[in-house]
Design a protein. Structure first.
Length: 154
């Protein structure tokens, strides 16, 4: 069985939009490049042709990857439970570094630099199923960091 990927409604829509773009506009651009390269003649030493074929391969691989992600996507649904951290929660935490805000998302949407942390990451796993007021310790490359969950939102 393929691995399930947790995605927000926005994440699913963004992936669908990217997939549509790759299947239409990008494929047409690559087909045009391939035709132009073929029109140049001898394909055995035609760098433009090989570059276009490589772009076609990369595009097709990304399409397959997106289709697989979407096929196995699990929608993160909003619930009334705001007192327990789960995928889809937005949390405010306090540590020795000060206050930080994190959103717990599926691995496909994770962008740590934007505060979107994967439910599969050490930090995300530590926060899951915790309540406001809970303290968690997370082993990081810089050492053990203690976080106190101040607020949980959906």
């Amino acid at each position: 069985m393929a691995k399930q990927t947790y995605l927000s409604k926005e994440g699913i829509e963004a992936l669908k939009k990217e997939l549509q773009e790759l299947k239409t506009t990008k494929r047409q651009e690559i087909a045009k490049r391939l035709q132009e390269a073929k029109d140049l003649g001898d394909l055995s030493e035609n760098a433009e042709y090989f570059e276009a074929k490589e772009a076609q391969s990369l595009n097709d691989n990304r399409i397959a990857e997106l289709e697989d992600l979407l096929k196995n996507a699990v929608l993160i649904e909003e619930t009334g439970e705001e007192n327990i951290v789960r995928v889809g929660s937005k949390i405010d935490v306090k540590s020795a570094r000060g206050m930080e805000t994190f959103s717990i998302v599926g691995s496909a949407e994770a962008k740590p630099q934007e505060g979107k942390i994967s439910n599969e990451s050490p930090l995300g796993r530590a926060f899951l199923r915790q309540k406001a007021g809970s303290e968690v310790e997370v082993k990081t490359p810089g050492g053990l960091v203690k976080y106190k969950i101040i607020k949980i939102e959906k």
